[in-house]
Design a binder for this molecule. Structure first.
Ligand code: F6R
Length: 615
């Protein structure tokens, strides 16, 4: 979703800002822009389309500047046009602003400002805010020159309903930048003789060594070598400066063609990182100190609620299966966006988990806040160290999967699932899971990286199959038990990057509706692994075949599908606890190769954003 970068320092701002935007491209956007201050003038350039288009435009008229702001926009209010791209400038030309989030009361602000003589040239909510800053600048004559800029922004923000991460500059204050946040992430980077602002560590483009995570309701005033932070009610803040671990944030393509490809093949490593130090061989259990909750407290838990969105929600569905199976604790799974508003009754002894790769998804964050507000212990599983969800949760577990850049989540998903398995093991061993059963799961978890490596070897076959099926318009994905969520995940992956309509269903549901779709034009990918459900799944496949629906089987029992499936992807025979992870690999590869075959922008699929920071 929208990305912000800002720079104030002793170096040339434009290339640093453009590089920052390039690093944020993965978040998803449709236009880009930049504003630079130079010799008391504001220079603005904004273009719909890619950052490369903006960079070409900026290169045509180079401006030497040491302070600027830039933005990638993911349209919310108003179409994808140059005018609606950020930065927006107040109609008096004295303030430029970039904004992530949504200003819900912008119409009222706008009407008020139009009455006062301000004019508007875009359809955005943001333009109302930059003009309101200009208005307050003129109506706070009691402030000193030093704090007048900060006060104008602060006063304006007091009237905002909605969410924002903003950076503001003004030719009246050429050595100062103001940044603020409420509901949209904003970070301040500290480098040598320079300060940066970004919605994501990557936007610092490797320049900052340290980071300050702005909290909601905080406003920062930045100069080349200083940072002051106050609350919206003007109370000074003692902030914490954190070191940036660039190794964790490393996001080079390496030799891969796409980030998605790179990240699929990184899964053995990502899983190894998620597991490292979290297994006790002696006790056949997991070691999960990050949970910040004692074994005796955990034994009081009667119910667990998982909340998330998208792919992370599918990880929650697998968690439900694993925790109920191994720990025998009832689990509920909610879409975070529903949980926040539907006021579901929860038992007293409920533990809440949220799962979020980015740690910034607004729906998940608000679900976490709602759960904490009601007094529930709320833990997070996230891949983003220092993210808002990580900071606001009562505890949790980092995934350590390494930065995920491809919009379609892959390695983050499997590492979320293995962490859920570790939780299931830990909770199970606190209750009735025997040492021997725990031992089997421990061994299965330890073997995961190499089993995933082995499964990845099917890539050439899957590529061939993907080419064969790439031009169909509809797809069904069917699975049972712990592979039902993987069927959902397969359908989501395929639609996200190939734009092929696809649906995931529990295989047993097929006859209750989805079978109406089955025809030679609608292939089905079906998971069929050894176990008691296999004969039923074979029957489902037969029913599809009888209706001439093409079938791809993903199975550890290829012989069972001979003569039934048109194509078979064999996966290793593994312990049930890790099967959802192994089954995920083929559907990721399948979606990837289909999208490549169709010539789609795999890493930046249309309309999608990596971190969804608006509701
Ligand atoms: C799908 C995908 C999205 C995210 C969802 C939640 O490939 O990436 O569905 O899973 O937007 O994102 P996080 O995990 O960052 O909260």
């Amino acid at each position: 979703m929208c990305g912000i970068t800002g720079y104030i320092g002793c170096r040339d701002a434009a290339p640093i800002l453009i590089e920052g935007l390039r690093k944020l491209e993965y978040r998803g956007y449709d236009s880009a822009g930049l504003a630079l201050l130079s010799k008391g003038r504001l220079n603005v350039c904004k273009k719909k389309g890619r950052v490369a288009v903006l960079a070409d435009e900026v290169a045509k008229k180079p401006v030497s500047s040491h302070i600027g702001i830039s933005h990638t926009r993911w349209a919310t209010h108003g179409g994808v046009t140059d005018e609606n791209a950020h930065p927006h400038v107040s109609s008096d030309g004295r303030f430029a602003l970039v904004h992530n989030g949504i200003i819900e009361n912008f119409e009222q602000m706008k009407n008020f400002l139009i009455e006062k003589g301000y004019t508007f040239s875009s359809q955005t909510d943001t333009e109302a805010l930059v003009n309101l800053i200009a208005y307050h600048y003129d109506h706070r004559t009691d402030d000193t020159m030093e704090n007048r800029f900060m006060e104008a922004v602060r006063k304006a923000l007091m009237h905002v309903e909605g969410t924002y991460g903003i950076a503001v500059i003004s030719p009246l204050h050429e050595v100062q930048m103001i940044a603020a946040r409420k509901g949209s992430p904003l970070l301040i980077g500290i480098g040598k003789d320079e300060r940066l602002v970004s919605s994501d560590v990557l936007g610092f483009a490797g320049r900052a060594t340290n980071v300050i995570y702005l909290e909601d309701g905080q406003i920062a005033s930045l100069t080349t070598d200083n940072c002051d932070i106050v609350t919206i009610s003007n109370k000074p803040i003692d902030f914490v400066v954190n070191e940036i671990d660039w190794e964790l944030e490393n996001a080079d393509l390496g030799g891969a063609t796409h980030y998605m490809e790179k990240e699929i093949f990184e899964q053995p490593k990502a899983l190894e990182n998620a597991i490292r130090g979290r297994i006790s061989d002696d006790e056949s259990t997991a070691v999960l100190s990050g949970l910040n909750i004692s074994p005796s407290e955990l034994r009081q838990i009667d119910r667990i609620l998982f909340c998330s969105c998208g792919t992370a929600w599918h990880a929650c569905l697998v968690a439900e299966y694993l925790i109920e199976k191994y720990a025998r604790i009832p689990v509920e799974v909610e879409y975070a966006s529903e949980f926040r508003y539907r006021n579901a009754p929860l038992d007293k002894n409920t533990l809440v988990f949220v799962i979020s790769q980015s740690g910034e998804t607004i729906d998940t964050l608000e679900a976490l806040r709602e759960s904490k507000r009601k007094g529930y212990k709320t833990l997070a599983i996230t891949n983003s160290v220092g993210s808002t969800i990580a900071r606001e949760s009562d505890g949790g577990l980092y995934q350590y999967a390494g930065k995920e850049v491809g919009v379609a989540s892959t390695k983050a998903f499997t590492s979320q699932v293995v962490i859920c398995l570790l939780i299931a093991l830990y909770l199970g061993r606190l209750r009735d899971l025997s040492y021997a059963e725990g031992r089997e799961i421990v061994e299965a978890i330890k073997s995961l990286p190499s089993l995933v490596e082995e499964t990845l070897k099917q890539a050439p076959l899957i590529e061939k199959i993907a080419k064969k099926y790439a031009h169909y318009k509809d797809f069904l994905f069917l699975g049972r038990l712990s592979e039902y969520p993987i069927a959902n995940e397969g359908a989501l992956k395929l639609k996200e990057i190939s734009y092929i309509h696809s649906e995931g269903y529990p295989a047993g549901e097929m006859k209750h509706g989805p079978i109406a779709l089955v025809s030679p034009e609608c292939p089905t990918l079906i998971f069929g692994n050894s176990g008691s459900a296999l004969p039923k799944i074979i029957s489902n496949a037969q029913e599809i075949k009888a209706r001439k629906g093409p079938i791809i089987a993903v199975t550890d029992s290829p012989e069972a599908f001979e003569g039934v499936a048109d194509d078979i992807i064999a996966i290793p025979h593994v312990h049930k606890s890790i099967r959802p992870i192994i089954s995920t690999i083929p559907i990721q590869l399948f979606a990837y190769y289909v999208a490549v075959e169709l010539g789609n922008d795999v890493d930046k699929p249309r309309n999608l954003a990596k971190a969804v920071t608006v509701e």
